[in-house]
Design a protein around this ligand. Structure first.
Ligand SMILES: [Zn+2]
Length: 312
């Protein structure tokens, strides 16, 4: 097993899920468990300047060993998505994958027709989970790559380079990864986020992104005495979703097409909340998508007394 693989397997076992429901930075203290380990490993390599700030950002400047190079930077994030359980991660290596169905466990399997990206890794060794958690490759891959870069550069001083800045951020998955980025320290002219893509690919453009947090307030009345009185917040949440343009669901879009994606929904009779992510490469269309959310909100607010709701 390569050192890079070992590193990756070490990092994925540390639970670093971020949490969109809290407003602290970092959103979860456990993200710093990995960040502290990174600082430690960098120290052991010989980078005694590596540091973790109070907000959970880890930085390192690898000083230049030659003149004439533009300072560049690399960025990755330590947190993993809150969409699925983040621990305990039990990774498994499949050697020389042949394109067949991968049985993660007795209930969950992955077929290349359903996950076409598997077709790109035939003949490679691939790492999967036991199906009960995320793997956390997003973005422990990027973290491991940058740590390996740091180690290789210090081991091989004959590789000439300019100043190189590294930053490992928290809370990228909840849209706050760049909020407290220290530009005073990170003096790169160009930087690359080591997150996603395939080997050899550079993405040089990005979509516009927003979250919509929609809350629904119902009126909880005993169902035996609720005629013309009860307003079920869950029904309003369904209603809201039905009013969004169906063609903008990500299951129906591709490439540069924008989408509204319902990532989370929770509701009781009394109170509900839906979370959507809104994406579009085209700013004017992106604004239109956001306006649609506002329009539906206003429409439902104006029409949501019990009587009119039932006529919707
Ligand atoms: Zn990521």
């Amino acid at each position: 097993m390569t050192r890079l693989t070992e590193r990756f397997l070490r990092y994925v076992k540390i639970d670093t899920q971020s949490d969109p429901y809290v407003s602290t930075t970092p959103s979860t203290e456990k993200q710093k468990d990995l960040s502290r380990l990174l600082v430690n490993e960098l120290f052991i390599m010989g980078y005694t300047d590596a540091f973790l700030d109070d907000l959970g950002y880890t930085y390192l400047k690898i000083p230049k060993n030659a003149e004439g190079f533009t300072p560049i930077g690399f960025v990755s994030h330590v947190d993993t998505s809150f969409d699925s359980p983040g621990a305990p991660v039990n990774p498994r290596i499949i050697q020389n994958y042949q394109g067949d169905t991968i049985e993660l466990n007795t209930q969950i399997s992955m077929h290349p027709n359903q996950f076409p990206s598997l077709k790109h890794v035939i003949g490679e060794d691939i790492i999967v989970t036991d199906g009960h958690t995320l793997l956390g490759a997003d973005d422990k891959c990027g973290v491991a790559e940058m740590m390996e870069l740091a180690e290789r550069l210090i081991e091989n001083p004959e590789i000439k380079h300019g100043d190189i800045y590294l930053c490992f951020t928290p809370d990228e998955e909840i849209g706050r990864g760049a909020d407290h980025f220290n530009y005073d320290f990170f003096k790169a002219s160009y930087a690359y986020t080591m997150d996603g893509s395939r080997v050899g690919e550079i993405e040089y453009e990005n979509f516009n992104a927003a979250h919509a947090w929609v809350t629904f307030t119902g009126k909880s009345i005993h169902p035996g005495a609720s005629k013309n009185k009860m307003v079920n917040a869950s029904h309003i949440a369904f209603e809201f979703h039905q009013l969004l343009p169906k063609a903008l669901d990500p299951s129906l879009t591709e490439g540069y097409e924008g989408f509204n994606h319902l990532t989370d929904i929770k509701s009781t009779v009394d109170h509900g909340q839906s979370i959507y992510i809104i994406r579009n490469h085209e700013m004017s269309l992106f604004e239109k998508q956001k306006d649609t959310f506002e329009m539906i909100k206003n429409f439902l607010n104006e029409n949501m007394d019990t009587k009119q709701f039932h006529s919707l």
